[in-house]
Design a protein around this ligand. Structure first.
Ligand SMILES: [Zn+2]
Length: 247
């Protein structure tokens, strides 16, 4: 393929712009805010699980406490009834009296035990409520942090998009000055060579792959016409000759 040395030089401008565009795309992918948001999403799921566990525990404890309070009430009613019989003086038989008093004593012990159970349940409820409150506060903190990081991420993405749009517009202008067949070749090589399709030959070295050319290769290039489009055998990029090529 043939192309004027000026057209070939424009490929170096294109290569710089493509490097810049590649750098920007990489920056967008590697934004630290993305990793932060991932971490926050995981943390949000964790506090949500903690909250669900605390809610389940609270409703279990509420049920247990209601049951224990009902038991206490039943025992209390029985004690009252026994006590009333005793106070009314209706029981005169000594054995019956003794049995009634012993039943009241036993019911009082039972009432005490049940009240202990209620107290214990209340303590456990308080601790579960504390875990629930902590999880709720955690949820709020995570949401606030997510909002803040998302805003920072969006700002960075917008800044990258602006730079990309500038570089893309400059690239379009430069590309318009490159003959169609040369541009097509450049784009094909670019797709194969990982982002950049042309490189300068500087002091006998290809700047695309950083490999020095052999004397035979350099001699071939020296013998080639200025409008001959030259490719580097090693990396297949289009080699651009300049005053610094060392030819
Ligand atoms: Zn090369």
């Amino acid at each position: 393929m043939k192309a004027s040395p000026e057209a070939q030089l424009r490929l170096l401008e294109l290569a710089d712009l493509d490097t810049e565009l590649g750098r920007l795309a990489h920056r967008r992918r590697a934004l630290p805010e993305n990793a932060e948001l991932e971490r926050l999403t995981a943390r949000a799921a964790q506090v949500r699980d903690e909250m669900t566990a605390a809610d389940t525990e609270l409703s279990d404890l509420d049920r247990e406490q209601a049951r224990a309070e009902r038991d206490v009430e039943q025992v209390r009613v029985r004690i009252d009834k026994d006590q009333q019989r005793l106070d009314a003086g209706k029981v005169s038989n000594a054995r019956e009296l003794e049995s009634l008093q012993s039943e009241i004593a036993s019911l009082r012990r039972r009432q005490g035990d049940l009240e202990e159970v209620v107290l214990d349940l209340m303590e456990r409820r308080e601790s579960a409520q504390g875990r629930r409150d902590a999880a709720a506060a955690g949820t709020e903190a995570v949401a606030a942090e997510e909002t803040e990081v998302t805003a920072r991420r969006d700002e960075a993405v917008a800044e990258i998009a602006e730079q990309e749009s500038k570089a893309a517009s400059t690239r379009a202008t430069v590309a318009a000055g490159v003959p169609g067949d040369l541009l097509a070749l450049y784009d094909k090589v670019r797709a194969q060579a990982g982002g950049v399709g042309a490189a300068m030959l500087r002091r006998g070295k290809c700047e695309g792959c950083n490999v020095s050319l052999s004397t035979v290769e350099l001699n071939e290039i020296r013998a080639a016409a200025p409008d001959e489009v030259i490719r580097h055998d090693e990396c297949r990029r289009i080699l651009i000759r300049t005053a610094e090529s060392g030819l």
